[in-house]
Design a protein around this ligand. Structure first.
Ligand code: SAM
Length: 290
C-alpha cells in the first residue's frame, strides 16, 4: 500500500484500528519515504528470500515485497495483524509470523519458507533488544548472506568499530567474529513516528563463511570476551580473574602463554589476542566443567 510514510494515512489507520504505539515494544515507525527503499536496495533484497523482524504497519515490508522473491516477517504484536492484512493486501509473497523473534526457531523458519533461495535479513530493529537479536542471528549459523538493520546510532558505531579500538565492546568482538560490518547511512530521529530520543544508523553485516581466527572452542572465546569486558576499566588480567572466578595466577599464566601483556585492557585487544587467551585457557575451562 502506498502512503505508509504519510502521517495522515498512519493516523487514519491508527484511529480505525484503535492502535496505540507501544514504547515497551520499541514501536517507532519509519515516516521518511527515502529510508525503506534504500534499506531494501542496500540490504541486497532484490530476488532474495528476506527475513524481517518487526513489521509495524508494514512500511519496510512493503518495499521489500516489491523487490524480493519472498518476505517472511516475525512480528510479536498481535494488534498489528489486521492492519497488516490491509496494508500488505496486494502482495502474495509476504508471510507474517505472529511470534516473539527471541522464541522463534529461525533455522526451521528459513528452511520452511526459503528453500532454494539466497536469504538476507532486513529490519528496523526494536532497540530494546538489538544486541540479543543480533547475537541470535549470528550465533546460530543461520544460512543468511547478510544482515542489514537499523540500530541506534551509538550502537551502530560500537558494532562497526574495529576490535582493539576505544569504542569496541563485547558485541563488537562477536560481530566481527561472525561478520564484516559496515555503516551504510545515518537516519535522523525525525524520520520516525513517534520520534525517539536518539538518531539511528543502518548497518550491514556480511556474514563470513569462515571465522577469521582459529579457536579451539567457540564457547571459550565468547566466555573470555564477555569476561574481559565485564569490568572494562580493569586490566583484562583482573577482569578475567574476577568475572570467571579464577585465581590471578592461573589467568596470568594463560595470558603469558597467549603472548598477551598482563596489563592490557579489553578495548586494546584484537580478535587474535582474544582467541589466543581463550585457546590458552581451554584446559582450565575443561577442568572447571568436570
Ligand atoms: N518495520 C517497522 C518500521 O520500520 O516502521 C516497525 C519497526 S519498529 C522499530 C519495531 C517492530 O518490532 C515493532 O513493530 C514491534 O512490535 C516489533 N517487535 C518488538 N519486539 C519484538 C520481538 N521480540 N519479536 C518480534 N517483533 C518485535
Amino acid at each position: 500500500m502506498d502512503g505508509l510514510t504519510n502521517i495522515s494515512t498512519i493516523k487514519e489507520l491508527m484511529e480505525r484500528h484503535g492502535f496505540h504505539f507501544s514504547k515497551a515494544l520499541g514501536q517507532n515507525f519509519i515516516v521518511n519515504p527515502s529510508v525503506c527503499p534504500r534499506i531494501a536496495e542496500m540490504g541486497g533484497a532484490v530476488g532474495c528470500g528476506v527475513l524481517e523482524i518487526g513489521a509495524g504497519f508494514g512500511v519496510l515490508t512493503d518495499q521489500l515485497a516489491r523487490v524480493a522473491k519472498k518476505v517472511v516477517c516475525v512480528e510479536i504484536d498481535q494488534r498489528l495483524l489486521p492492519v497488516l492484512d490491509e496494508t500488505l493486501a496486494e502482495y502474495d509473497n509476504v508471510t507474517i509470523v505472529n511470534k516473539d523473534v527471541m522464541e522463534t526457531d529461525l533455522k526451521a523458519l528459513i528452511a520452511e519458507h526459503f528453500a532454494g533461495m539466497e536469504v538476507v535479513v532486513c529490519a528496523n530493529l526494536p532497540y530494546y533488544i538489538t544486541s540479543p537479536i543480533l547475537m541470535r542471528l549470528l550465533e546460530e549459523d543461520l544460512p543468511v548472506k547478510s544482515i542489514t538493520v537499523m540500530v541506534q546510532k551509538e550502537a551502530g558505531e560500537r558494532i562497526c568499530a574495529r576490535p582493539g579500538t576505544r569504542q569496541s565492546g563485547a558485541l563488537t568482538a562477536a560481530v566481527w567474529f561472525y561478520s564484516e560490518p559496515r555503516q551504510l547511512f545515518h537516519v535522523s530521529r525525525g524520520s520516525f513516528m513517534p520520534a525517539p530520543d536518539v538518531d539511528s544508523s543502518v548497518i550491514r553485516l556480511d556474514v563470513r563463511a569462515e571465522a577469521p581466527v582459529e579457536v579451539t572452542d567457540k564457547k571459550d572465546f565468547f566466555r573470555v570476551v564477555k569476561a574481559a569486558f565485564a569490568q572494562r576499566r580493569k586490566t583484562v588480567h583482573n577482569s578475567l580473574a574476577s568475572a570467571l572466578g579464577l585465581s590471578k595466577e592461573k589467568v596470568g599464566e594463560a595470558m603469558d602463554r597467549a603472548g598477551v601483556a598482563r596489563n592490557a585492557r579489553a578495548e586494546q585487544l584484537g580478535l587474535e589476542e582474544f582467541a589466543a587467551i581463550a585457546n590458552a585457557m581451554h584446559d582450565i575451562f575443561k577442568e572447571g566443567s568436570k
